[in-house]
Ligand binder design. Structure first.
Ligand code: H2U
Ligand code: ZN
Length: 346
């Protein structure tokens, strides 16, 4: 008899329409790979050498103001530029290129160099949500912008260059690959069923409970059925809406609350500043879209301790993503963790 907790299988991701291979029996194999030590987090509240701390100098001679809440600025090494001329090139039918224009920004979450999302006060996190809403609404309405990606890389492991709490926004004249896949799946689902794909998915998950990590009146955090990263989590708004700009004020508080509770569980998992890439998926430029359902993805690399991470290599790069622990086992671990940050425990 096929048993999801024992037997190798593949699971379908209806958002990207791709499969992930799950090998639950492999969690028994011995580990002899790379062991990394994460140094304890001993950052000062202000670091005179940090290019994100208040009053410090950034590249190009820019000076940060003495900001007290959030602070946004144009990325000094932007990957996309607003004035790139439109154009295409096709030297051969197989070789296509298109110009991409865009606006890249950095948002500091707090003047405090030593904090993480998990350690920020709920009111300050609500301020971060308000800043995201403001920038999403403005950029999404900017002529020439087709999509606004808000994301945070946290930790050296995820290629983050600076531990000061911050995120980036890359807004582009094109809709990027992952968003295009999710758009197509959600549009088709909505045309067929007249409901959003994630509204139906979330309704099932809240009833079932096996993959739910935590929830409040406005958002749920869960390990998706199709998770690739060991402790991957999705945040899904309980009310279907297509973008951050549609959040009510209560829902903004709900988002701040679920962010704090999810990242606190993450930090508590291995009692470390848990590395991850995080970001929102929401409707491409245009008015509210009933097919699109606002959500966020956490992609964290740590696997079984603060020193053992998952790499997407070999089979994952050449064939398909693969995981060992099941989504249900990961959700159970996260659900059982405290919502009091380990650093705040006496
Ligand atoms: P990470 O979040 O991935 O570490 O990136 C930080 C961003 O900050 C990165 O995109 C920008 C880099 O271009 N940056 C500035 O805009 N000004 C600076 O003085 C240094 C870094
Ligand atoms: Zn700093």
């Amino acid at each position: 008899m096929f048993d999801l907790t024992e037997h190798p299988h593949r699971r379908y991701n209806p958002l990207t329409r791709e499969w992930v291979l799950v090998s639950p029996h492999r969690t028994k194999r011995p580990w002899q790979g790379q062991v990394e030590k994460l140094p304890p987090d001993t950052r000062p509240a202000y670091d005179p050498k940090c290019y994100l701390c208040p009053t410090n100098e950034r590249a190009g001679g820019h000076h940060n103001p003495a900001y007290t809440k959030t602070f946004a600025f144009q990325n000094d090494f932007a990957a996309l530029l607003p004035d790139t001329p439109a154009g295409t090139a096709q030297p051969h039918p197989l070789l296509r290129a298109e110009a991409v224009a865009g606006i890249c920004r950095v948002i500091c979450f707090s003047p405090r160099h030593d904090l993480t999302v998990a350690e920020m006060a709920p009111a300050d996190l609500r301020g971060v949500v308000d800043t995201w809403v403001e920038h999403y609404a403005e950029l999404n309405a900017t002529p020439g912008i087709a999509y606004v990606e808000i994301f945070e890389n946290r930790g050296d492991m995820m290629g983050c260059s600076n531990p000061h709490p911050h995120c980036q926004i890359w807004s582009t004249s094109i809709v990027p690959n992952e968003v295009e896949k999710e758009s197509a799946a959600q549009e088709e689902y909505y045309r067929t069923y007249g409901r959003t794909l994630l509204a139906d998915y979330l309704e099932h998950e809240l009833q079932d409970g096996a993959r739910v990590v935590c929830a409040n009146d406005h958002f749920a955090a869960l390990v998706p059925w199709w998770a690739v990263w060991p402790f991957e989590v999705m945040l899904i708004s309980r009310r279907p809406m297509s973008g951050l700009d549609e959040l009510t004020l209560d829902e903004r508080d709900g988002l701040a609350d679920i962010l704090k509770r999810t990242t606190t569980r993450y930090d508590n998992l291995f009692e470390t500043s848990f590395p991850y890439s995080f970001g929102f998926h929401q409707r491409p430029a245009g008015p509210p879209n009933p097919a699109w359902h606002l959500h966020a993805h956490f992609a964290p690399p740590l696997l079984r301790s603060a020193t053992v991470r998952k790499f997407l290599v070999g089979y994952e790069l050449l064939a398909m993503p693969q995981r060992d622990i099941t989504a249900e086992a990961a959700a159970l671990r996260l659900r059982d963790l405290s919502e009091t940050h380990y650093k705040a425990r006496s």
